[in-house]
Design a protein around this ligand. Structure first.
Ligand code: PLP
Length: 359
């Protein structure tokens, strides 16, 4: 626990309070910067499709991604259930945005943060989490079925110490609840209820399931579309009910799944699309050069899916998705010419936009 300094103490009632934004619009600390993100019209894509293509700017959350919502709700759920007390330890198995979100929340709320991750993850990811005050424990890469898998080790460690929780982002439905209580209502209010479809890439499934659940209750005609990267099994599962292993992998990070998580279970999903890396990467660079948004590939995938949904529905519809996070974390891969060339993705980036690739 050497990396962690934890000196402030807050009451459970204070930490578990969801009303972090005061009526004058002033956010209460970093935790208050979870949610109420802008809804942005993507002008080029809207004009091209004759639809309104709108996106929640999730990189405006305090920890910089869509996962901050889940991170806060996972912690607050444990506080409300008495599983975590002020000054305790939050443990998760993740190499991605949930770890970053949890680390930020822990600093802001006075918890310790311990992150287990497979030891094949990049040095930058480990260093970033350490910079954010987390203790990072890289463990050997083994399958979920092996008790030494990083997720099981995270759970066991949390069970072995006092006042600690394993947040379990995949199967703890406090994650989905974050989107039922925040993202869904925000989309409904910001569009004045004028929304025809939503589409999101799925990692834990929290965003899609939560937003879909809330919006379907408001209007069952709103189409909920799962956007799947290549190599993920979910599109086939939604369309044909079959969970089959799928060949291939994707340059996108944080999305794609091999199973139906508890967060996704029972979600009201109307349709699914597989978005190829060529389309996701093309859209990522278009978003940068045509709209000015420097984003990661899961955002490119989301917007590419939104455009496809809009084209299928025809002009006059409103399709909502999200800009998950910024491109900074992916600079070494997604914005690297050699990596893009090796993955055979150079041709899908319009020539005039390749200036954004570095050596
Ligand atoms: C960059 C990025 N986009 C999208 C998602 C998917 O969100 P969810 O887990 O709610 O399905 C994640 C999840 O980690 C992510 O890191």
């Amino acid at each position: 626990m050497a990396a962690v300094v934890c000196c402030r103490r807050f009451s459970v009632a204070y930490l578990a309070n969801k009303r972090f934004m005061s009526s004058d619009g002033i956010r209460k600390g970093l935790v208050g910067m979870m949610g109420n993100t802008p809804l942005v019209r993507l002008n080029t894509m809207s004009e091209e499709t004759g639809c309104e293509i709108l996106a929640k700017a999730e990189f405006c959350n305090g920890g910089g991604s869509v996962k901050d919502r889940a991170a806060l709700f996972l912690i607050q759920d444990a506080l409300q259930k008495g599983q975590l007390k002020p000054g305790g330890t939050v443990v998760e198995g993740t190499a991605g945005n949930t770890g970053i979100g949890l680390a930020h929340m822990c600093l802001s709320m006075g918890f310790k943060c311990v992150i287990y991750m497979p030891n094949n993850q990049s040095r930058e990811k480990i260093e970033l989490l350490e910079t954010l005050g987390a203790e990072v424990r890289p463990v050997p890469v083994v399958a979920w079925s092996d008790p030494a898998n990083y997720n099981h080790q995270a759970r066991e460690f949390a069970d072995s110490i006092e006042n600690a929780i394993w947040t379990n982002q995949f199967d703890n439905t406090a994650n989905r609840q974050a989107h039922i209580e925040t993202t869904g209502p925000e989309i409904w209010n910001q569009t004045g209820g004028n929304v025809d479809a939503v589409t999101f890439g799925t990692g834990t499934g929290g965003t899609l399931a939560g937003v879909g659940t809330f919006l379907k209750e408001k209007n069952p005609n709103i189409q909920v579309v799962l956007a799947d990267p290549q190599g993920s099994v979910l599109c086939n599962y939604i369309k044909h009910g079959k969970l089959e292993r799928s060949e291939g992998s994707s340059i996108t990070e944080g999305i794609g799944q091999g199973r139906v998580t508890k967060n996704l279970e029972g979600a009201p999903i109307d349709d699914a699309l597989t978005i190829l890396d060529t389309d996701a990467v093309n859209m990522t660079f278009r978003l940068l050069h045509e709209e000015g948004f420097f984003v990661g590939a899961s955002t490119g995938l989301n917007v590419s899916a939104a455009v496809q949904v809009a084209q299928k529905m025809g002009p006059g519809h409103t399709v909502v998705t999200c800009l998950c996070d910024t491109g900074h974390k992916y600079y070494a891969k997604l914005y690297n010419r050699k990596v893009i060339e090796e993955k055979g993705l150079l041709d899908c980036i319009p020539e005039k936009y390749r200036v954004s690739l570095h050596d």
